[in-house]
Design a protein. Structure first.
Length: 526
């Protein structure tokens, strides 16, 4: 590597050549899928879903699963779809201890469903513990083969720690993290989104009916998704789940790995089995056994038959614009010549922003009383305030969802930063205004753009063009146009930038991708 070089990047690029038809052309496919899901396995005529399950290869199963989940979320039939997959999976020869451990279509669909609908809940549960691990940077190691011996004591009185002392210290730290995390999980049942609780309730019932003599199996079925495919991967790699902005260093990564292992062992509901594979986990066994008992009680409450008020309504509605907190955080409001309520109240200041399915609220700080739990629960708090789900203290104002016209990037030269976005909106008088908001990094910029475009995707008043620059003096910095209210010089982009499970719900797009997938199976079907 040359001096001064930043190194090299190796990219994997995939080119997709697809024919996209008008949206109405895919409606017969959507109707057929919905009809199958509504009828279920009652008449034994589940042709298309079974076909997808049997013919989808491991390479494309994840993509097909997320397409199906988003399609049925948009149709308000995701519960019925997942229940049908559970029924088809349980009809196959299977063992109670290995249920849903393979990468079947049912497993991948449930995993995708949790990511699409449960991220605010995940952040609420894991966020505080993950932040603590990153901030404390404790040395945690239980494996004697990997222990680093170090000096301890004050100046002039150094002594070498023994291996046993290092392991005991690591056990205490890890047990503290695990205890805090389990406390958060156990308390989180009321905060879990109703649609997730409903899906787990059906899974719990299906497995209980399939294995009546193995009552343990229905608990393992739930934890195999919740712990092994949701909580544990997020603990191990928090950046991939937007819990952190950067990957952990080597020491913190090891702590997170051990904590993720502990969560997996608790989720397996048999901690002693983990000791047989990795005997050095034995010091943690009492904490794991206690955690297993607490997890069992938590699952019982999570799938309980007591329905929250409005839960059934929340379960059945299409999830195009969820009322939960979609995104929140600190943003710098750049000072410009605008006159909207946001610019007048906070130009040149940092404010805490909160985006929900109703709009974008902003205040001086988050509210400690309602932070996280209100958004994760997936419902309104009552009353007449449409922004009551926003966890804001001393709220300054809010922009209704229907008044947001565009969310776009801003040229780097405009404010000397590559992570500034603009939110174009209508003020109370119907005048178009633009707020320029600076994020702390490019990753956060993309997350905000993703979230804003997700909730504004169905707004009929969105703009077709915008100015990527800023109006200074008597002209726009991007195109030098002198009319401040003239048409923009660049087209707006209403698709989400992340290209993953965070993409907005667009059943037509998902139907097109499923149609393309089925076209590729023509040779197999013959």
């Amino acid at each position: 590597r040359r001096r001064g070089s930043l190194g090299s990047l190796q990219l994997q690029v995939r080119l997709r050549d697809e024919t996209v038809l008008p949206s109405h052309c895919y409606q017969p496919l959507v109707q057929l899928l919905c009809q199958e899901v509504k009828s279920g396995c009652q008449d034994g005529q589940v042709h298309l879903i079974s076909l997808l399950d049997e013919t989808t290869t491991a390479e494309c199963r994840q993509e097909v699963a997320i397409n199906l989940v988003k399609l049925f979320l948009g149709q308000g039939l995701v519960k019925e779809f997942l229940d049908l997959l559970f029924e088809l999976e349980l009809a196959k020869p299977c063992e109670p201890n290995t249920l849903f451990r393979s990468n079947s279509l049912a497993s991948k669909s449930m995993e995708s469903f949790l990511k699409v609908t449960g991220m605010p809940y995940l952040h609420f549960v894991l966020g505080p513990t993950i932040t603590r691990v990153f901030e404390e940077k404790k040395y945690v190691e239980l494996d004697p083969g990997k222990v680093e011996i170090k000096d301890v004591g004050c100046s002039g009185l150094h002594r070498v720690q023994t291996e046993g002392e290092v392991i005991e210290q690591g056990r205490q730290h890890l047990q503290s993290y695990l205890g805090e995390l389990l406390d958060a999980i156990v308390r989180s049942a009321p905060a879990c989104p109703p649609v997730i609780r409903a899906a787990f309730r059906r899974l719990f019932q299906r497995v209980g009916e399939r294995f009546p003599q193995h009552q343990h199996a229905k608990f393992v079925a739930v934890t195999s998704f919740l712990c092994l495919r949701f909580f544990s991967p997020a603990v191990m790699t928090p950046k991939l789940f937007q819990l952190r902005d950067a990957h952990a260093d080597a020491r913190t990564s090891r702590t997170l790995l051990l904590l993720a292992k502990a969560v997996q062992l608790v989720g397996n509901m048999e901690p002693a089995a983990g000791r047989a594979k990795e005997p050095w986990l034995s010091p943690l066994l009492p904490a794991l056994q206690q955690g297993t008992a607490r997890m069992r009680d938590f699952i019982t409450r999570l799938v309980g038959t007591e329905e929250l008020q409005g839960e059934e309504e929340a379960e059945g509605r299409p999830l195009g614009a969820p009322p939960a907190v979609v995104k929140e955080g600190l943003l710098l409001v750049h000072k410009t010549r605008g006159k909207g309520p946001l610019l007048a109240a906070a130009a040149g200041k940092k404010l805490h922003f909160c985006l929900t399915g109703e709009g974008l609220g902003f205040g001086k700080s988050p509210s400690a009383e309602v932070r996280g739990c209100g958004g994760a629960a997936g419902g309104r708090r009552g009353g007449t305030d449409p922004f009551s789900a926003c966890p804001l203290h001393q709220r300054i104002g809010a922009i209704a969802l229907g008044d947001i016209l565009a969310a776009e990037k801003v040229e780097e030269k405009s404010f000397g930063s590559s992570h500034v976005m603009q939110v174009v909106y209508l003020d109370s008088g119907g005048q178009q205004e633009t707020a320029y908001l600076q994020c702390k990094c490019v990753n956060e910029l993309n997350q905000w753009l993703s979230a804003l475009r997700k909730v504004c995707g169905n707004n009929p008043r969105v703009l077709r063009s915008y100015h990527p620059g800023v109006f200074r003096g008597d002209k726009w910095s991007c195109c030098h146009q002198r009319d401040r209210t003239g048409l923009g010089c660049d087209r707006t982009r209403h698709g989400v930038t992340l290209q993953d499970w965070s993409d907005p719900l667009d059943p037509t797009v998902e139907a097109q991708r499923l149609f393309h997938h089925l076209q590729g199976l023509r040779g197999t079907l013959r």
